[in-house]
Design a protein around this ligand. Sequence first.
Ligand SMILES: [Mg+2]
Length: 401
Amino acid sequence: MIITDIKCAVIANSPVVRIVADEGVDGWSQIETPKPYVQPPVLQLKPWLIGEDPTNVERVMKRIRSRGGFKPWGSAVSAIEIALWDLAGKALGAPVYKLLGGKVRDKVRTYRTFYHHEISAQHTVADYTRWAAEAKALSGGYKMFKLPSSFHSAMAVDVQDYFYGETHKEAPFPYPNRGLVTEAGFDHAVAAITAAKEALGPGYGLAVDAGPGYLAYDALRFAKALEPLHLLWVEDMITGDYSPFVNADVYRDVTQATTTPIHTGEQIYLRQNYKDLIEKHAVNVIGPDPCDVGGIAELKWIAEYADLHGIAIAPHGTANGVFGLASLIQVSACLPDNYIAFEYPARFEADGFWYDIVDGFDGNPVVDGQIDVPDRPGLGVNFIPEAAKAHLRPEDAGFFD
Ligand SMILES: [Mg+2]
């Protein structure tokens, strides 16, 4: 079997990838919703892929891994990797988890990042209490939630004098605000997060996404103030989402001085760039995203290495779409016991049509915060071209041909 074409279309701002092989088998994958600009980098990989046997996944990946980088530039390579596993699974008539070594669990736990804008909430203490009540009422019965706060939210601009730096209100994403948090801003964040945790109650896990934006010693002070809350983790305080670097030494100083679990890693590309973070025990939890780190086998390798070092894993995935959901389920079924939960890619559900243009899911598959691992070949999800065609842009009209 050989690869005959690589196609990429943008549906609702989300690039979707199709690897076409002879013998009539396709591999599908998807890139995060806010990255339509990654379509050309996907298509530029074509000359390295045409004519290769897609079932020799690693051999193909060796040809293109050098073409990626930290988020967002690892996503094209990652999408190809995931589509290759989908294609290989279909060619062999096996679910992807069988190709990754087999599943070690029949259900995978997922956590839900619940955004303030979903309920038109802001960043008052009362808003955080309401946030918790609305989170518990979401369908799916999630038992773990992530709360965007502090520099990872509008709190840094909505709360007056939140920090001492210049407040950027209109600067482009991502995360223009960074600096020392004022005492009043600090106390407000702790009070709001405490209100959310108390409203959730002990039956629910709470993670807080808080940066990047903290100075290191302020990050430690924040983590220590949150210690009584028994949080799942605090994420990306120092570096993180879209930081093109890691700063493992600085994370280590914070992590080793607090009992609040410290988490980072969603922007990191490849196992080599996790090496320092893991070997230095610089964080307690890592959060690689299969759609940015280099794919699902890459993520599994990192999970195993983290487990050897006593570090847990909670894969990132908020914007990975319905094919990203399928790949998170497959790889999470295979991860060692340091696996906590993956981030449910809930953002695609707001588009309202994705479950109608693919087969494999009859709507949101989460029950009591978990998802049954499917046994269908490949990722277990396929486009229904007749239904999906209506969502293609005119320039992508040939995607399913
Ligand atoms: Mg994050």
